[in-house]
Design a protein around this ligand. Structure first.
Ligand SMILES: [Zn+2]
Length: 243
């Protein structure tokens, strides 16, 4: 069952929303939530200016996850949601209300609540990373397939004399490069990066990708990426569910 998303902050959720639903589905598959939460993207500009301000909270009575969304990186918001989804599960299992002090600084004061918080920190980040890598692996396989199809198309075109002169090949390649530069976050462009990574598999540990900021996207690009993304998420979830 998909969760309800409300957006009173009226932020642009076009790129983030498929991931919010996709990540929720992934968590739901792993944790089997008895009830879905409602996710609310709110705005509080005074909180934004506070370095140690709030990022998100969970309301155990209304089953609402509130996300402070002013000026946030989308992945940072996903991390907040992942954390609160674990609190949601703890609440549905009747484990969230441990009693004792729960005011500011509770983490240092309340041992039972600290255990609950540790679980949310660990499990939330862990499942988010699993979701992320499932998606990345699936989209890499997909872009490899697309790339192979393109190479195949060129071979076929050459064989049937559609591509004869080197000039035409150059034109095609120029157009392709221009197109890639245009699309920014293009999957073919990414493929080369991925291949390089694959060749360097001996590296002890893959670099943390937390600082991987998506390039600025135009409306058309968002549409293409979202279309690919929802297909990728569906495929990845199917694979995850088969396990
Ligand atoms: Zn927490």
């Amino acid at each position: 069952m998909p969760c309800t998303i409300k957006n009173p902050a009226n932020i642009d959720l076009s790129v983030l929303e498929p991931h919010v639903q996709g990540m929720y589905d992934y968590f739901d598959h792993k944790l089997s939530f008895k009830k879905p939460p409602t996710m609310i993207f709110g705005s509080d500009p005074s909180n934004q200016s506070s370095v140690l301000g709030k990022t998100a909270y969970y309301d155990p009575t209304s089953l609402e996850i509130h996300i402070y969304s002013d000026g946030r990186h989308p992945k940072d918001m996903l991390r907040s949601i992942a954390h609160e989804l674990i609190h949601h599960q703890q609440n549905l299992e009747g484990r969230l209300d441990v009693g004792g002090y729960s005011g500011p600084g509770y983490y240092l004061e309340n041992d039972k609540l600290r255990v609950i918080e540790h679980e949310a920190m660990l499990e939330g980040n862990k499942l988010l990373r699993e979701y992320e890598d499932t998606i990345k692996k699936e989209s890499k396989d997909m872009s490899l397939k697309e790339w192979k199809n393109n190479e195949l198309n060129q071979l076929i075109m050459k064989k049937f004399g559609i591509l004869k002169e080197s000039q035409e090949l150059d034109e095609l390649s120029n157009n392709k490069n221009h197109h890639n530069a245009h699309r920014g976050n293009n999957q073919q462009g990414r493929l080369r990066e991925d291949e390089e990574v694959a060749e360097e598999d001996k590296k002890p540990m893959e670099k943390d990708t937390d600082d991987e900021v998506p390039a600025f996207l135009k409306e058309g690009d968002k549409f293409i990426i979202n279309k690919n993304l929802s297909e990728t998420i569906q495929k990845a979830l199917k694979i995850a569910k088969g396990k």
